[in-house]
Design a protein around this ligand. Sequence first.
Ligand SMILES: [Mg+2]
Length: 157
Amino acid sequence: MSTRPTDSHTLDSNHMQIAQDKPGIDATLAITLAGIPDDTNALVWACHKLSRESGWWTDPETGEDIDPNPTFPTKLCLIHSEISEAMEGHRKGLKDDHLPHRDMAEVELADAVIRICDLAGAMGYDLGSAMAEKLAYNQQRADHKLANRASDNGKKY
Ligand SMILES: [Mg+2]
């Protein structure tokens, strides 16, 4: 049996996509999205604090702080290396080396999120608000509607 909700009455914090069936953002979705900025920014703060305390923002040779702007492309590469590791884990059905009770893909996705939050913290980004705004925006996008995606030149995936 599918756990995917089929109407707006089943909307909850785990099923925000149900609002795609509605024009605009309904009140229930707005309430669900309300906690995302603070919750996400708390995660950003924690990931960046732990990373900084572990020395990942300190030059090991000079002991000076690392400027996040020139380092930004390198950090992006590290993020997509985690995504690639997730793909390999999924492709081969592997368990994680460090958390062997978990799928490798699951842990590598966690690594990617941790790295994204660390970088957002270093850059001073308000990632939580950006996520809430983008989630709300995506609910209204015509090119994300299933009927439009099924049309010629629609987004197939
Ligand atoms: Mg990893």
